[in-house]
Design a protein around this ligand. Structure first.
Ligand SMILES: Nc1ncnc2c1ncn2[C@@H]1O[C@H](COP(=O)(O)OP(=O)(O)O)[C@@H](O)[C@H]1O
Ligand SMILES: [Mg+2]
Length: 250
């Protein structure tokens, strides 16, 4: 099993009641530690696909395997980061980060230390005792990522987590996210409508169109990514090619 992918989607199909399939036969593997992006226009089925991978919806056809077992429901190997940070307003940053633990019981000293490490890794030093309304949108996103990483999931499922922040803040969040996932060895399946975001983050990017994956390519940019790579010819060429695939008639 050493070579089995962390996440495998095989022939996955799903439709909402009384409507045609919105995820229409997806095959995809995410290896351990990889960063994969699906990019597609609004309504193409990105959020539905992530909900399927997270076990929040069950496929009508096909199978979803995570760390060697069939996904039957929410799974401890995977954590979800939503479009909005979904923090609890009456909890401090520290307590929001600790939430995956405190939902089940008391936080141990090891959990507290882990939360402190993640607060530091996500660039939130000095903000641990603040409440969400005292944070910027970008800082709230950082808290949501720290919270998702707390239980050491093997996989993060991210649904346009930076769609609501401004461009420069989003670009700094890219670097923070990449550094944190690299340090933790966490694999990511990230969906977005933003081509440049997908190319900057991903080892591999697929275009999703009308519930299917239309084109996939490896992104041969060096790691760690640095902001200057946004000007690199490989970056520009990948964006142009994926844009064409996104615009092609379905
Ligand atoms: N709960 C739902 N019930 C019925 N239709 C839905 C539901 N959620 C999404 N859809 C429809 O499924 C399609 C794909 O939606 P979604 O997966 O949210 O796409 P994306 O995240 O790419 O914007 C859209 O046509 C949307 O209207
Ligand atoms: Mg969506």
């Amino acid at each position: 099993m050493a070579d089995a992918p962390l996440l495998r989607l095989a022939g996955v199909r799903f439709g909402y009641p009384g409507a045609p399939p919105v995820v229409d036969g997806i095959d995809w593997d995410v290896p351990s530690g990889a960063f994969h992006c699906f990019v597609g226009r609004s309504g193409c089925g990105k959020s539905t696909l992530l909900r399927l991978a997270a076990g929040l919806l069950r496929p009508h056809d096909g199978t979803i395997t995570l760390a060697g077992h069939a996904v039957q429901g929410p799974d401890r190997e995977a954590a979800f980061v939503f479009q909005r940070p979904t923090l609890l307003d009456w909890h401090t940053v520290r307590d929001n980060v600790l939430l995956p633990v405190t939902l089940r019981g008391r936080a141990s000293p090891a959990d507290q230390a882990r939360a402190g490490e993640l607060i530091h890794a996500l660039g939130l030093d000095g903000l641990a005792e603040r409440y969400p309304h005292q944070l910027s949108g970008g800082q709230q996103s950082r808290v949501a990522i720290a919270r998702a990483l707390l239980p050491r999931p093997a996989l993060l499922l991210m649904d346009e987590p930076f769609a609501a922040v401004d461009t420069l803040t989003r670009e700094s969040l890219h670097d923070v996210l990449l550094a944190a996932c690299r340090a933790e060895g966490t694999a990511v399946l990230f969906v977005t409508h933003d081509l440049a975001e997908a190319v900057y983050l991903g080892d591999r990017v697929a275009v999703m169109r009308a519930g299917r994956l239309a084109q996939a390519q490896d992104i041969a940019l060096p790691r760690p990514r640095t902001p200057a790579l946004r000007e690199h010819p490989i970056f520009q060429a990948a964006c142009a090619q994926l844009r064409q695939a996104m615009q092609a008639a379905t």
